[in-house]
Write a protein that binds this ligand. Structure first.
Ligand code: CA
Length: 231
């Protein structure tokens, strides 16, 4: 999953980006409304953390511009604690959620997780596919009850595919959602990551769809679904 943080306070921006990166996301950053607006319009983020008080273009205007342009990326607004009007205006402008400043970083992480799973149509923070369980809260992957150690890129790859089960994901889409802007992107490396991930998981849940990309079938279509799993 790839995120954008638009916050002009450089310390806070760095803290949020660091926390999100540690939680396993690819993260781009912007320090003013114009840069943020441009990035949000040109890059396919899975969610945006958007401050309201920004230089050059305020957060609410940026959000309105995106929504008017048909960009549906989930947006988490950062609002000032006592400005209820900001929250109302924010939702009216198309925000999906907000966190009031000052906040604990854990709050932002929890709101981001909720936005991402809602956007992908999941109700729970645990995603399962057959014997593979992804605990998005702890950033852990469990196969048949055993925790599997993945690198951040492998984790991102699995998380993206598991958030979008039942859909064939092209290599290009993976590259766009797994790496931040500054990363030297190469779609050939995706194949390598998929190979490593398959080996570590030890179960065959990732299908290669020739010429199109990769697919994880929805939990109901997994042949080795755990007994008692409900649909
Ligand atoms: Ca600000």
């Amino acid at each position: 999953m790839r995120l954008l943080v638009v916050e002009d306070d450089r310390d806070l921006n760095r803290q949020i980006v660091t926390a999100l990166e540690q939680a396993g996301y690819a993260v781009d950053r912007a320090y003013d409304g114009e840069e943020g607006h441009f990035l949000g319009e040109t890059e396919p983020y899975d969610a945006v953390i958007l401050d309201i008080g920004l230089p050059l273009k305020d957060g609410l205007s940026v959000l309105e511009l995106w929504r008017n342009a048909g960009i549906k990326t989930p947006v988490l607004l950062l609002t000032a604690r006592d400005r209820w009007s900001d929250k109302v205006q924010g939702f009216d402008a198309g925000a999906d959620d907000y966190v009031a400043k000052p906040f604990h970083m854990e709050e932002v992480l929890a709101h981001v997780r909720a936005l991402l799973r809602r956007a992908a149509g999941h109700a729970s923070s645990d995603l399962s596919c057959g014997p593979v369980k992804l605990d998005t809260r702890a950033g852990r992957v469990i196969v048949d009850g055993n925790a599997i150690k993945l690198t951040s890129h492998e984790y991102r790859l699995l998380a993206y595919l598991m958030h979008h089960t039942g859909r064939v994901i092209s290599r290009t889409e993976l590259v766009e959602h797994l790496y931040d802007q500054d990363f030297d992107r190469d779609s050939n490396t995706i194949e390598v990551f998929v190979g490593r991930l398959r080996k570590k998981l030890g179960v065959d849940i990732i299908q290669t769809i020739r010429g199109l990309g990769y697919l994880i079938a929805p939990p109901n279509d997994q042949p080795s679904s755990a007994p008692g799993a409900t649909s």
